[in-house]
Design a protein around this ligand. Structure first.
Ligand code: AMP
Ligand code: GLY
Length: 422
């Protein structure tokens, strides 16, 4: 079979890696890909938001199934566009993508279907938001309605700080957002819970925990993710039953009732508070860097899973996970998440062994004259398995130390909470 993966991050590299392990792949293209996908797929350098161009590439390469990595093309309707042209795509349609594309849509759906989430208000004008704010307890969480590349959420400790954030959002800081959401601050521990969904059924697709803050000990500004581990130590059978019954099942039923059954990866960002799950957010795709650790632990043939899911026959396969632990540490360009260094050469990647337990997934890289250069903020994902979290982390740290890159930095403490609680 011929497959196309859309995206250029570590997530897409890890998906290509896992697909490539399947004996049934004939051709694999990555649109646009990076220096890592280049070694296992054909990179096609086009704009993923130009759907006509994407369609042309898919036709030219006789692609059977398309997997969409990032949220933006999904929210813009790439699935509707390609489906109309008879192409099989893994991902939700434009309507269902509102679960991530509009926090107001997601929160309203929770309210109507009694799905546990933080108490909230949605506002299109400043005065109404301020009236709500005056009655709220601090800290309060201020969120932009639309996509904001992880930058649309602020946890505010004072009314003045919250006022400033509300104003920024309503003044149009994030083009996709005309509304602001004010939300009660939930205490607890976070858990990322993944499901793969088709029209008829869904299956658990792993648990993980990412680290959004740039600094060790979870300090400093938010990033796209500085590292992740899987499985999460928070998930047990009892909690999983609650997550399915209180959150996933009613969401999927609600989408069906709205006439848009969900299909694709569904990522529930949860807060676990005194053993109870609360939905913080939905993402309509795999997480990055969570996908990287899940792909290392996946034991079932990914191509078979995706083939069946896109035929609404997911119930014919049982998705199995290795019992080992996996950690990925993200190597970033100095300056990230603010302005960062670009076009800087990274050396010695060839010194790191690449096997079933150790992989480097590329993100913001490109190759020129057989040399690897950085181009993004998050550049490489140094990913290792281990019998336990400490071993996984040590393996990953040993590998990262072999890389010669003066302009890079990383967190050495990925997994610290879980390791401390052991
Ligand atoms: P979101 O983009 O909605 O996932 O928010 C980004 C991060 O902000 C989450 O991963 C949480 O760490 C934090 N966050 C968001 N909403 C809340 C909330 N209601 N209470 C506590 N923390 C939150
Ligand atoms: N790692 C967070 C995300 O993918 O949204």
């Amino acid at each position: 079979m011929n497959l196309a993966v859309i995206g250029s991050g570590g997530r897409e590299h890890s998906i290509c890696y896992r697909l490539k392990e399947s004996g049934k792949i004939k051709k694999l293209i990555c649109i646009p890909g990076n220096a890592g996908t280049k070694n296992i797929a054909e990179n096609i350098n086009i704009n993923i938001l130009d759907f006509n161009e994407v369609y042309k590439a898919i036709k030219n390469h006789n692609i059977d199934i398309v997997i969409v990595g990032p949220e933006e093309p999904l929210v813009n309707g790439i699935v509707d566009f390609l489906n109309k042209k008879g192409i099989r795509v893994l991902g939700p349609n434009k309507f269902a993508s509102q679960l991530e594309g509009s926090k107001a849509f997601m929160k309203d759906l929770c309210k109507k279907n009694n799905i546990p989430t933080a108490k909230f208000g949605i506002f299109g004008n400043f005065d109404d938001a301020i009236n709500f704010l005056k009655k709220s307890i601090m800290p309060i969480v201020v969120k932009a309605d639309g996509l904001a590349a992880g930058k649309g959420v602020a946890i505010c400790n004072s009314i003045n700080e919250a006022k400033e954030k509300i104003k920024e959002i309503l003044d149009g800081k994030f083009k996709s957002s005309k509304k602001v959401i004010l939300e009660e601050f939930l205490k607890g521990e976070e858990l990322s819970y993944f499901a793969l969904v088709d029209k008829n059924s869904y299956q658990f697709f792993g648990s993980a925990q990412d680290h959004k803050k740039v600094g060790e000990g979870d300090t400093g500004p938010n990033t796209g993710g500085m590292g992740a581990y899987s499985p999460s130590n928070l998930l047990n059978e009892e909690l999983e039953i609650k997550i399915k019954k209180k959150i996933i099942d009613p969401t999927l039923q609600a989408m069906k009732n709205l006439g848009h059954p969900y299909r694709g990866f569904l990522y529930a960002g949860l807060m676990i508070s005194e053993g109870e799950p609360y939905l913080i957010e939905y993402n309509i795709r795999m997480g990055d860097p969570e996908c990287q650790v899940l792909m290392m632990r996946l034991e079932t043939d990914l191509l078979e899973i995706i083939d069946l899911a896109t035929k609404d026959r997911l119930n014919e396969v049982k998705i199995e996970w290795s019992k080992t632990n996996c950690i990925t540490i993200v190597l970033c360009a100095k300056g990230y998440p603010d302005k960062y260094i670009k076009n800087s050469e990274i050396k010695n990647l060839n010194l790191i062994k690449s096997d079933n337990s150790n992989q480097i997934f590329h993100a913001g890289t490109y190759e020129k004259n057989k040399k690897i250069f950085s181009i993004g903020g998050r550049v490489l994902n140094i990913t290792s398995l281990g019998k336990d979290l400490i071993k996984a982390r040590n393996n990953s740290l040993l590998n990262i130390k072999k890389i010669k890159w003066k302009d890079g930095f990383y967190r050495k403490d990925i997994g610290w909470r879980a390791i401390k609680n052991k």
